[in-house]
Write a protein that binds this ligand. Sequence first.
Ligand code: XIL
Length: 321
Amino acid sequence: MIGLKDKYKDYFKIGAAVNYRTVDTHKDLLIKHFNSITCENETKYDNLQKEENNYSFDHADRILGFAKDNNMFMRGHTFVWHNQTPDWVFKDATRDILLDRMKNHMTHVGKRYEKDFYCWDVVNEAIEDKGHMFYRKSPWIDIIGEDFMDLAFTYAKEILPEADLYYNDYNESNFPKRDKIYRAVKDMLDRGVPVDGIGLQCHWNIYSPSMDDFKRAMEQYAKLGIKIQVTEMDISLYEFKDDSKLDKPSSELISRQTALYREGFKILRDYKDIVDTVTLWGVADDETWLDYFPVKDRKNWPLLFDEAHEPKEALYAIMDF
Ligand code: XIL
């Protein structure tokens, strides 16, 4: 079997989220099938700068070493987010103090990896899911104000003129959130804010989104005229609000998952001219964040390789074209 990345070489890069352990435990699959890497946690604010001006790069460096040894691209994730950001960042912060901290962090981290990371998620998950609100409530917007995204992208471009800068979010296919994401990015572009791409997390489950909705979302985002990446794809076997547990996945559930992967990748191939990378949020079903989220200690099977690192039906399905 040829590698997934080789099958897709005329379409887009194929990425995986890794952590400092899985670059060892999953290295054979990574080397064969993937040509782009995202750190699952190691390049988040709280991992890099737990205390002010006290940076720890060990884990991120180890992953970068793996990527370099194997000629893989690295994407940066993420600078401005309401999660996994240490409390000190917001403590006693005025607008100017928080902007300073934002800029310092981007400078330190961004410059260190300037030659190695080809893109960054500059802002992550800033749009509200629920209908009546536009922005998600967070200390960033509370303290800085509604221009916090404009400023984040402007600083990032000054610091990293060569990198592609992304706005990244989940529930990217659902109405009305997809309209709000589109509007937020469109307005930034109209104001001359340097956004190079839109990151669609694509944390799906076998019931949602419908592929009609995904198609509509792709159509709409394509109109922005910037790049698109799928940044965190996985397909859970549970509906989001379902807290039941399965001992093992039935063949029916696996077929639904396969069908969604097949159809999703088909749609993505139709947009190959603007889709830059499609990243899976993990490598194989033995190590996935969905074993802990949204229900703790519940097994899930969301990826393309099974717990024994063997290809699943979904892998064959997306290679069958
Ligand atoms: C997740 C990681 O996979 C987990 O290990 C961690 O405990 C929480 O964060 N959206 C994102 C990712 O942008 O950074 C999240 O990653 C998953 C949801």
